[in-house]
Design a protein around this ligand. Structure first.
Ligand SMILES: Cc1ncc(COP(=O)(O)O)c(C=O)c1O
Length: 341
């Protein structure tokens, strides 16, 4: 933190839609009041996070399909929300205080979000990634001045795996590991923020369709929406050679392998709240890429490949169900994938 920023961090507000949070005395200087609109901040850059637009998919179906464009967040994905929300909540609970080192492991979008939030809030940060992470993603980490630790692309049981490396760095340097794969704040932030936002954007919502990795986005949205209307169908989208769907349906695990960034997982993680999810559809890489291209070529809507996978599922529902009002989460945009789509 620079001298100028020290003690004069912009006011940041924590809120819990429908809930009530007490502001800890220690945080009073930084947090001024609560709002009904999720996490808001006076910081001019961080205040760009959230409140993303939703657009009607420009094709006629029997039902209605709306796409929520999370690429409009400052580092281009919904992961900016959990980066900000986790940090604010952990400050509030006292797990994180000024001067701490923030450590996070990410193979993609979370890296940029955490690097941005750490930059604006004056934390030193280290981000570990697998070596295969694209420059489009690691670029944010370098640009915002986080330390980037690139790890070999090895099995999660190896001590060199990027998540295990992050855990070790946090231990050795007395840092705070955010740990999006296990931290319940990941889905919680989406329950408090993205869920209410989405609920206010689509009238008579019938379905939510969302790609799954950690499961945090869909789980949080799903829990909020189910509390509002139990009948809304919450649909997860997984890669076909992946184990979210096999864990959900109690099937034998398969060898995890997909080229679709952010989509799928090798095994179930505690951030997947299956109780609020009705079904999980599996999509192969070719179908995901075909729908990503189709969305851009035929409809001028540039979405990332995990969103292409979700679009293949959402359009099927929209074709069949004339009463459907579907909200699909487009986690990021195609701008990050011009070399592959
Ligand atoms: C592009 C993209 N799509 C989907 C996901 C999955 O989101 P979640 O981890 O919230 O399930 C991610 C996660 O990194 C992502 O980066």
């Amino acid at each position: 933190m620079t001298e100028e920023e020290e003690g004069s961090r912009p006011g940041i507000e924590l809120s819990s839609a429908g809930g009530c949070m007490e502001t800890a005395a220690a945080m009073c200087e930084k947090r001024e009041s609560m709002t009904e609109d999720g996490y808001t901040t006076d910081d001019p850059v961080l205040s760009l996070i959230g409140d993303t637009p939703i657009v009607e998919f420009p094709q006629d179906f029997a039902g209605e399909l709306f796409i929520k464009l999370e690429k409009e967040n400052p580092t281009g994905s919904m992961k900016d929300r959990i980066a900000l929300g986790m940090v604010l909540e952990m400050e509030k609970s006292g797990e994180l205080t000024d001067g701490d080192l923030i450590v996070e492991a990410s193979s993609g979008n979370t890296a940029g979000g955490v690097a941005l939030v750490a930059n604006r809030l004056g934390y030193e940060s280290v981000i570990t990634t697998p070596q295969t992470t694209t420059p489009q993603k690691t670029g944010y980490v370098k640009a915002f001045g986080s330390d980037l630790v690139e790890c070999p692309d090895v099995d999660s049981s190896s001590e060199d795996h990027y998540r295990n490396t992050a855990e070790r760095i946090a231990e050795n340097r007395g840092g705070v590991f955010l740990d999006q794969y296990h931290n319940q704040l990941n889905p919680e932030v989406h329950k408090k923020w993205t869920g209410p936002e989405l609920w206010g954007q689509v009238d008579d919502l019938t379905h939510v369709v969302c790609p799954m990795g950690t499961g945090g986005t869909l789980s949080g949205i799903g829990k909020y929406i189910k509390q509002k209307d139990e009948s809304v169908e919450i649909v997860g989208v997984d890669a076909d050679k992946s184990n979210i769907s096999s864990a959900f349906y109690g099937e034998e695990p398969v060898e995890y392998c997909t080229g679709i960034e952010g989509l799928g997982k090798g095994s179930e993680t505690p951030t997947m709240w299956f109780d609020y999810i009705d079904r999980v559809a599996s999509v192969d890489d070719e179908t995901a890429m075909a729908w990503t291209r189709k969305s851009a070529e035929e409809h001028g809507l540039l979405i990332g490949p995990s969103s292409g996978a979700a679009l293949s599922v959402a359009t099927k529902i929209a074709e069949k169900d004339g009463d459907a009002n579907i909200a699909m989460i487009a986690c990021d945009g195609g701008e990050q994938y011009f070399d592959t789509i």
